[in-house]
Design a protein around this ligand. Sequence first.
Ligand code: NAD
Length: 265
Amino acid sequence: MGRVSGRSCIVTGAAQGIGRAIGEALLNEGADVCFADINGGKVAEVAALNSERATANGGKVTHARVDVTDRDQVQAMIAHTVDVFGKLDVKFNNAGVNKPMNFLDVTEDNWRFILDVNGLGCLIGMQEAAKQFIRQGTPGKIINTASVASRQGFDNVAPYCASKWGVVSLTQSGARDLAKHDITVTGFAPGVVATEMWEQVDQDLMAIGAAERPGQAMEEFSAEILKGRVAKPDDITGTTTFLASKDSDYMTGQIVMIDGGMTLV
Ligand code: NAD
């Protein structure tokens, strides 16, 4: 028996990076997993690549194309998951975006793009998952992806930091509002994780003159990591599977830092 055997889970932003790793780790421990992403083609491939893993561990896998900022699409993703797995137990709100800009250059479009996906997308995901748990009359778990940028403001990524502080607020408010329904809300905060997002951020920081060579921004940003290296997605998943399991049932409203000791808060 795995730690999450028989649990029906949705992970958004699961076509790559941290979300994909979260989904695969859940499958390794017996869960049923819906991999969901705005990149429908890629997430379908990821789900297909994971079908043997699911079967080998007694679980099932499906996928959904979803824009987390669109409530109708989020509802359809949940309905699809319930149709295939029979229920929903755990919802990861992990999809996120970043687009660095110098503080004085940040535009309304840049702000809205980032806050829409990371903030509104998280709120809608929490609301619709909670409504499903309430309809089912079962306990449920909502798990949000925060960041070290939820704990400190960093230069050149102000809207991203604001959005991730928002994720902490949503986690705390949701925990208070939903406790009466036996729904817990937690989050985890990675530091620097080597994913496609960071490759793009590295490029973007060079484009705005904040770095001169590839890799420089990541090196400088992560110089204070006590563990002495950046994370791989697999460094995150022991904690995310714990948060999805019964072992975390008495936790709610909390954010777990998984940053190798980058920020001590
Ligand atoms: P990534 O860019 O590799 O993957 C993000 C995924 O989200 C992509 O597959 C993308 O298609 C999807 N996505 C984007 N917008 C979407 C939308 N509107 N609807 C549905 N899906 C959408 O990023 P990652 O590094 O794996 O990051 C995952 C999460 O972890 C994000 O919330 C990110 O902010 C957070 N995070 C990442 C790091 C890091 O260093 N990589 C650190 C802290 C927090």
